[in-house]
Design a protein around this ligand. Structure first.
Ligand SMILES: CC(C)(COP(=O)(O)OP(=O)(O)OC[C@H]1O[C@@H](n2cnc3c(N)ncnc32)[C@H](O)[C@@H]1OP(=O)(O)O)[C@@H](O)C(=O)NCCC(=O)NCCS
Length: 175
C-alpha cells in the first residue's frame, strides 16, 4: 500500500474481495454509458432497457469483473484501488502489449473509473500515477489508452497527464 502524492487524499491499495460490490456497480455504470455512446452509432433504436438486456444477456459485468480479478493476481498486469478509509473510490487496470511496428512493449491503460461522488478530486490523477509507476517498474517505455471521442473528462485527464492523440478509430456500416 502506498500513500499518494497527487493531493487526492486517497491511498493506493490492492484490490480486495470486499471491493466486489463497488466494482460490479462501476462496471455496470461504465458499460451502460459506453454502450449508450456506441449504440447511438451502431444500434440507433436501442433503448436504455435494450442496453441493459444486452449487458445482462452477454454476461458483460461478470466477464469484466472476472478479468479484473484475474489481472489483480497476475504480476504481468496491474490493478490498483484508490481508498478513502476502507472504501474503494476508484480503480485502474493496466496491462501491456508488444507493438508489432514499434517493436516495443507498451503499457496499456485498460480501464480507469472514479466513483461519481468523488470525481474532480484528483483521484483519477493518483490512479493514473500508480499505473505509470507500474509501467516504469515493468521497464515499459510508452503507454497507450483507447478513449471514446465523446468522453471529455477522460480525454482531459489523459491530456493533462501528457498523452497525445495519435490515432482515430473510424467506424463504417457496411451492410
Ligand atoms: C475520467 C475520470 C476517471 C476522471 O477521474 P477524476 O478523479 O474525476 O479526475 P481528476 O480529478 O484526477 O482530474 C484530473 C484532471 O483531469 C481533467 N478532468 C477530469 N474530469 C474532467 C471533467 N469532467 N471535465 C473537464 N476536465 C476534467 C482536469 O484537467 C482535471 O484537473 P483539474 O481538476 O485540476 O482541472 C472520471 O471522470 C470517471 O471515472 N469517468 C467515468 C469512467 C471513464 O470514463 N473512464 C475512462 C475510460 S477511457
Amino acid at each position: 500500500m502506498t500513500a499518494d502524492a497527487d493531493g487526492s487524499g486517497t491511498r493506493i491499495d490492492q484490490l480486495r474481495s470486499t471491493d466486489e460490490p463497488a466494482l460490479r456497480c462501476w462496471i455496470a455504470d461504465y458499460l451502460f454509458s459506453q454502450l449508450t455512446q456506441w449504440g447511438r452509432w451502431a444500434m440507433p433504436t436501442w433503448s436504455a432497457s435494450d442496453i441493459n438486456d444486452h449487458i445482462a444477456g452477454n454476461n458483460l459485468i461478470e466477464k469484466e469483473w472476472r478479468e479484473i480479478l484475474e489481472a489483480s493476481a497476475d504480476s504481468a498486469r496491474f490493478v490498483s484501488v484508490a481508498r478513502l478509509g476502507v472504501d474503494a473510490v476508484g480503480v485502474v487496470y493496466a496491462e501491456s502489449r508488444r507493438d508489432r511496428y514499434l517493436c516495443a512493449k507498451l503499457g496499456v491503460l485498460s480501464w480507469i473509473y472514479v466513483a461519481p461522488d468523488f470525481r474532480r478530486g484528483r483521484i483519477g490523477c493518483a490512479l493514473l500515477a500508480s499505473a505509470k509507476r507500474w509501467m516504469v517498474s515493468s521497464s515499459l517505455t510508452m503507454a497507450e489508452v483507447f478513449v471514446t471521442a465523446s468522453n471529455p473528462a477522460a480525454i482531459a485527464l489523459y491530456s493533462r497527464a501528457g498523452f497525445d492523440s495519435v490515432d482515430n478509430r473510424m467506424l463504417l456500416r457496411v451492410s
